[in-house]
Design a protein around this ligand. Structure first.
Ligand SMILES: Cc1ncc(COP(=O)(O)O)c(C=O)c1O
Ligand SMILES: N[C@@H](CCCC[NH3+])C(=O)O
Length: 419
């Protein structure tokens, strides 16, 4: 459920017509609903309410906008970060350092040092090498870094190959069979407090069985470590729960996921940690765009919009589907290809799709664009960085300015030896 609905024949975000925002801010523009974000944060938490001890760390990568993070901080969410930049955003949004989890396969020495100094709550180590380095850094600073070991369970999440992370051929975590040995050795290092295990098998997961299998394997590993006298008080199950992208699509709900987790983890006696991203932010946002022109061709007409793959990369990168709807639908439909203005054929949002009939100058929206939307935007073709707006009931505010190509150009210079 979201708060982007047709009212009096035009698409609103909560009580605000999208056309009003487009008129003032221009297009393309991302629009987020505060009510939807809040609702998703609460629904996810409630879905886990049967579990004895839970910590939720929002996956900042899915939508790092400061206003989004602030809202989630107020909902009691911590953060899952994968860079110093994300860490600084979470801290700036008011998330306590102790509630932040630092994930990622390539944390640099500088990032590890900054995170130890900031007092980050948990490092999810992705290798023995990283653990040894972090132990040295923490010990030299007279601190102890609290850690979990990310394990690669070799389970196929049955999602798009590019966002699948839990198979042996993926770069993430340590191989399942090596995990006990690595955990044992890292537990002996000064500077580290090994307190648990972490797993994350992929994103946009639509079938709970692979997650169940992975979690069961993690439970077996936890028991083996405890049998050796090692302490495991925390288990981080990552994120990955998928969301429907097509009207009518059925996916497991947060409640289904919570019930599965409760079933698998009965009697585990751990704090369970979660890193949801998309399920919180996905359908909390839309990308509003204007139709530049409709171009007739050999096949279906080309609806050329002013949003492009640099603003919303998911269709080009993962062949992802985003529903495309007119902001003021006439009731007529057309079969068309929806494309952006960028000079490559991957700049395609939809092919031969039945959509609301649109013409040049009409506004339209890509739905379910709140996760991995603005955060993956870039300036390819010297385009602007897309602005972001948050709506709250009757009011709305710009939460990220459009960054004009001229601003980016001003950051570049030609060395004099070229002239
Ligand atoms: C380690 C980790 N945690 C959490 C997430 C969030 O995933 P999602 O947005 O699919 O919930 C990701 C991305 O898939 C991730 O790599
Ligand atoms: N960027 C991906 C998700 C990546 C998840 C990262 N752990 C997407 O848009 O679907």
């Amino acid at each position: 459920m979201d708060h982007f609905e047709l009212r009096n024949g035009e698409l609103h975000a909560e009580n605000v017509p999208l056309a009003a925002i487009a008129r003032e801010v221009g297009t393309p523009v991302y629009v987020y609903s505060r009510a939807t974000l809040t609702r998703h944060a609460q629904v996810f938490r409630e879905a886990l309410s049967a579990l004895p001890s839970v910590h939720i760390a929002f996956a900042v990568k899915s939508n790092p906008n400061l206003a989004v993070l602030r809202l989630l901080a107020k909902e009691g969410y911590g953060a899952d970060v994968v860079s110093e930049g994300e860490m600084n955003r979470a801290l700036k949004a008011g998330m306590p350092a102790a509630d932040i989890v630092f994930s990622g396969v390539g944390k640099t020495r500088a990032e590890l040092t900054a995170a130890v100094k900031a007092g980050i709550g948990q490092f999810n180590l992705e290798s023995e090498e990283e653990g040894v380095e972090l132990g040295e850094i923490a010990a030299a600073l007279g601190k102890t870094a609290t850690c979990a070991l990310r394990v690669n369970p070799n389970v196929d999440a049955k999602t798009h190959a590019k966002i699948s992370t839990g198979k042996a051929e993926n770069k993430f975590g340590v191989p399942y069979d090596m995990a006990a040995g690595i955990y044992t050795r890292l537990s002996a290092l000064p500077g580290l407090d090994m307190r648990g295990l972490a797993v994350h098998i992929g994103s946009q997961i639509g079938d709970l069985d692979p997650s169940r299998q992975a979690f069961i394997k993690m439970g077996e590993l936890m028991r083996a470590l405890r049998d050796q006298g090692l302490s495991v008080t925390h288990m981080d199950f990552g994120g990955g729960l998928g969301v429907p992208y097509k009207a009518g699509e059925q996916l497991p709900t947060p409640a289904d996921y919570g019930a599965m987790v409760a079933d698998v983890t009965q009697g585990w006696d751990v704090t369970l940690m979660f890193e949801p991203g998309r399920v919180i932010t996905g359908n909390s946002g839309v990308l509003v765009t204007e139709v530049v022109r409709v171009k007739q061709g050999a096949g279906h007409p080309w609806v050329v919009v002013d949003a492009a793959m640099n603003d919303l990369a998911r269709p080009a990168m993962y062949d992802a589907w985003h529903d495309f709807v007119a902001v003021k639908p006439s009731g007529e439909t057309m079969t068309a290809n929806v494309v952006g203005p960028i000079c490559e054929s991957s700049d395609t949002f939809a092919m031969a799709r039945e959509i609301d009939a649109v013409k040049a100058g009409d506004l339209a929206a890509f739905r379910t664009a709140g996760a991995y939307g603005a955060t993956m935007a870039n300036t390819y073709n010297s385009r602007a960085l897309v602005p972001e707006v948050m709506v709250d009931g009757d009011k709305w505010a710009l939460v990220a300015n459009r960054i004009e190509p001229a601003t980016i150009l001003a950051a570049e210079q030609v060395p004099e030896w070229l002239d």
